[in-house]
Design a protein around this ligand. Structure first.
Ligand code: 13P
Ligand code: SF4
Length: 305
């Protein structure tokens, strides 16, 4: 049942001709009223497709809302809390990418979509955890400068002949870094019938012990199509909110209860309502950065088909 505040947001959304896009890590009350939920790749695809709305309210972190703006610059993109930044994206600057390109002039630059605009502007192609293998295979060059997520780079390595050079070399997600080998061992002991699925932002030694390594959208479709009944979920805990809502006949255990992305949780219903009322905070990307980045975004979407 929707609450009064949720009803108010639904009405405002109609008045403003807005659509609410939300990442799979959003809290339950926001997931419940989102028009579209997805992983980073699904959200990019959706943002590009939107034609009949004037406003996109993006409940996710900064790089996601910025990518939505680049893909559909005619729309007003709002974010309920402008402080919702992905700390990993802030681990790689445009300057660091330029320095790596000077050092390896023959390499292609493939950046995780969790990157700042200034870094994206220096890249040849972007990727998400949902399309990284296809993207890497679409690249002609034999050497790839890859960042900022070192673990996603390590996930790719065994699947390709290409040389992956991490930039800056220590980029990581503090949430997925929380998972350790002992957590997998404990989960196997406690839930012997469960499949263990982990996100590729996790440490490689943890990835190696899981049954599957998948993006959040990949986890959802894998579970939908699986005959198994129990799953240990190695990613941010609110993916389980979506799994329970959409696949309620299965059982989910978080690999770690404390795997919470603090900035994803900055968005609240109150802030969502206020941003629709005031039509701010607005997300934009400086034109020069958007112009330099859009090719890399479009190339990614083409490669993931
Ligand atoms: P997904 O694209 O798998 O949803 O991952 C986004 C993200 O930020 C994971 O931490
Ligand atoms: Fe960034 Fe990690 Fe949060 Fe994803 S979970 S938005 S990578 S900090």
């Amino acid at each position: 049942m929707t609450t009064e505040l949720q009803e108010e947001i639904i009405k405002l959304k109609e008045e403003k001709n807005a659509i609410i896009l939300a990442h799979n890590y959003q809290p339950k009350e926001i997931q419940e009223i989102a028009d579209f939920l997805g992983d980073s790749l699904e959200l990019c695809i959706k943002a590009k497709e939107i034609e009949d709305k004037d406003v996109i309210v993006f409940c996710g972190v900064d790089f996601m809302a910025e990518t939505a703006y680049m893909l559909n610059p005619e729309k007003k993109v709002l974010i309920p809390d402008i402080a919702a930044e992905c700390p990993m994206a802030h681990m790689l600057t445009g300057e660091q990418v330029r320095a790596a390109k000077e050092k390896y002039p023959d390499a292609a630059v493939c950046l995780y979509v969790n990157s700042l605009g200034e870094a994206k502007a220096e890249s040849d192609i972007l990727c998400t955890s949902g399309n990284v293998l296809k993207v890497v295979e679409s690249i002609e060059e034999d050497t790839i400068l890859f960042g900022p997520d070192t673990n996603l780079g390590k996930f790719v390595e065994p699947h390709t002949d290409k040389k992956i050079i991490p930039i800056p070399g220590d980029g990581h997600c503090y949430v997925h870094k929380l998972f350790h080998i002992e957590d997998i061992e404990d989960a196997r002991a406690k839930h012997p019938n469960a499949e263990i699925i982990i996100h590729p932002e996790s440490n490689k030694e943890v990835q190696d012990l899981a049954d599957y390594v998948l993006s959040t959208g990949g986890m959802l479709s894998h579970i939908k199509n699986s005959d198994k009944k129990e799953f240990v979920i190695g990613t941010e805990v609110d993916l389980i909110t979506r799994l329970k809502a959409e696949i309620p006949d299965k059982t989910y255990y978080p690999l770690l209860e404390g795997a919470i992305c603090g900035t994803m949780k900055l968005h609240t219903l109150e802030k969502l309502r206020d941003c629709l009322v005031n039509e701010e905070p607005v997300v934009t990307v400086p034109q020069d950065i958007a112009e330099k980045s859009i090719n890399a975004v479009e190339r990614m979407l083409e490669a993931s088909k």
